[in-house]
Design a binder for this molecule. Sequence first.
Ligand code: ARG
Length: 431
Amino acid sequence: MKNKLWGGRFSKKTNPLVEEFTKSIQFDKKLAEYDCMGSLAHINVLKKAKLLSAEEHKELESGLEGILSSIRKGSFKIDDSFEDIHSYVQHLLEKKAGKVALKLHTCRSRNDQVVFDTKMYCVKNAAYTLNLFSDLGKVLDKLAKNNAGQVIAGYTHMQHAMPISLQDYLGAYSEMLKRDSNRIDNASKGISLTLGSGAIAGTFIDAEKYSSPAVNSIDTVSDRDFVIEILSALAITGMHLSRLAEDLILWSTKEFDFIDIDEAFCTGSSLMPQKKNPDALELIRGNTGKLYGNLMSVLVMMKGLPLSYNRDMQLDKEPLFESFEIIQKELKIMVALLPEIKFNKKNIARQLEDESLYATDLADYLVQNKVVFKDAHAIIGRLVKTGKEIKKMSSAELKKFHPALNSKVVNKIIDPKQSVASKKSVKRKKR
Ligand code: ARG
């Protein structure tokens, strides 16, 4: 391994197994941009503290900006033989700016640097993810609007429950996703980006020289609660997306046949020629395991760690990166897939013909005609139990169950639109 930041007290070479085992550049290369941004902030502090002359500052600044622009342009090449991204950026700066680069690490430790970089990564990725949430919110709203007035059978325990509007059904996911995006926003807003913690105790530079000095250096280098909060918000988002995915998978089965998922979002079978499988949605459902696992792995890794920085904490990055990447991909797929869904109105209507869906409406009608609810429940229970088509029963037959029932009344009540319209307890948002 080249150019270690810590070679001085060592006379032996690191065992290659240990070198391979401890390095992090293969994943923390994703922090390159934020590492340069942190270094740019750090050189300002060094200049204010008179540890860098204006000229030295300028040289380092232009070197760091050069590296930063190569990262942003995509021409940045990583040399995986370095220990971590911090060592590699230092090496590049030495190549660009020469000897002055040796001053960059003055009053700084990677313990502080890595937490700064990871926090910047979280803030940037949270902002990007929030935009994707907003795209998905718009897509759900549009789908609801385009299908305004569409009623579907609502299920509890996977059994026919009551008619509901498709708008409300999609609106339920909009509400969940709004809370998810708020959780990510709040976790991001709670992150305080500080510098000046050094390895554990702070440094000799006056806090006034920093634009955002650390409040407590030990806490700063020790904690990863911000990672855990983000991972938790992403795990909950994944859970919601998995439920949406599962509903769509079920609805696309021959048994339901409520929707058709566009071919572009499905794959086929190598053996069965007829197959069109909803694999993208299945993987959205399946990824939830990874999202929960990533949260668990960081929670467990942090448990019982003595203060302050310990190398264990290097293991927060892969779960964090993976969870963000999974959710970003899933949100993008949902944004593309949902507008292409075709609703099979015939089959949706067929399910709504099941009169048991209106049993509660019939009981409610009796309650509104002064029948005690428990009695109304029992009366309609008996009516349903006959197994006869209620709409076809004569008024005389219906009256045997209760005098307030007759054929005109049941025909009015057993109607999908009427059923949905009769529910007034919810303040539906106007779309
Ligand atoms: N790769 C390390 C991490 O992710 C960077 C900090 C290393 N600090 C140290 N003193 N070895 O946590």
